[in-house]
Design a protein around this ligand. Structure first.
Ligand SMILES: Cc1cc2nc3c(=O)[nH]c(=O)nc-3n(C[C@H](O)[C@H](O)[C@H](O)COP(=O)(O)O)c2cc1C
Length: 190
């Protein structure tokens, strides 16, 4: 698949067919993730693969709670209507776990230590693009409570679950999401 096609036509998917993700496809997706850039090439990531139905059920229950909490705090109406049952039906969830100790030079220049998160974000985008090129679709899911999900997935306290990446064959049409035109987002300093 051509790069532009993958970038332009990848869309977030929130409805999946039950067909399992093939092991060879998963391998390609994780390998694509591993080729993302990272600070000083420290590769601050680990990928936890989940296909177990009981675990999906537990994650779904935890995420429902977080969604309700976010709705109460924000009052955003769309959040009240936002359905997350796809977490129960998606064939595979990959938890992308970042290591905050593996940040970059940013630790000496600021107190944000965000380098590892940027690297994980790049890895996630590579995963989504590779999934798309294999005829799969994905979702970068973050509406969860860090502590609860770490507990469920046995992730050590000193790591961060950057995202739950849902993967599978898409069902139905994805939501079309417009973009701002380039002229609106470019600022030139000549
Ligand atoms: C950091 C980040 C967090 C996101 N979290 C969620 C999420 O929790 N639930 C969800 O449905 N989509 C989530 N998304 C997906 C966005 O809603 C989606 O990318 C955006 O609406 C643009 O749509 P597209 O991906 O189809 O182009 C997230 C995306 C990013 C980059």
């Amino acid at each position: 698949m051509e790069l532009w096609d993958a970038i332009r036509n990848r869309r977030s998917c929130r409805k999946f067919s039950p067909q399992p993700v093939k092991e060879e496809d998963l391998r390609k997706i994780i390998e694509a993730a591993s080729w993302a850039p990272s600070p000083a090439n420290n590769q601050p990531w680990e990928f936890v693969i989940l296909t177990n139905q009981e675990m999906k059920g537990r994650l779904h229950a935890a995420c429902l709670k977080s969604k309700e909490e976010a709705f109460q705090k924000s009052g955003w109406r769309w959040l009240g209507k936002y359905e997350i049952d796809f977490l129960l039906h998606v064939p595979m969830i990959v938890a992308v776990v970042g290591d905050p100790a593996k940040t970059g030079v940013d630790q000496f220049l600021a107190d944000t230590r965000d380098g590892y998160k940027y690297a994980c974000a790049a890895a996630i985008q590579n995963m989504l693009l590779m999934a798309h090129s294999l005829g799969l679709a994905g979702l970068w899911y973050t509406l969860f409570d860090q502590k609860t999900v770490k507990g469920l997935l046995d992730v050590p306290d000193d790591r961060t679950v950057c995202a739950l990446v849902c993967l599978g064959k898409p069902e139905g049409e994805p939501l079309q999401t417009p973009r701002k035109p380039a002229d609106e987002i470019i600022r030139r300093i000549d």
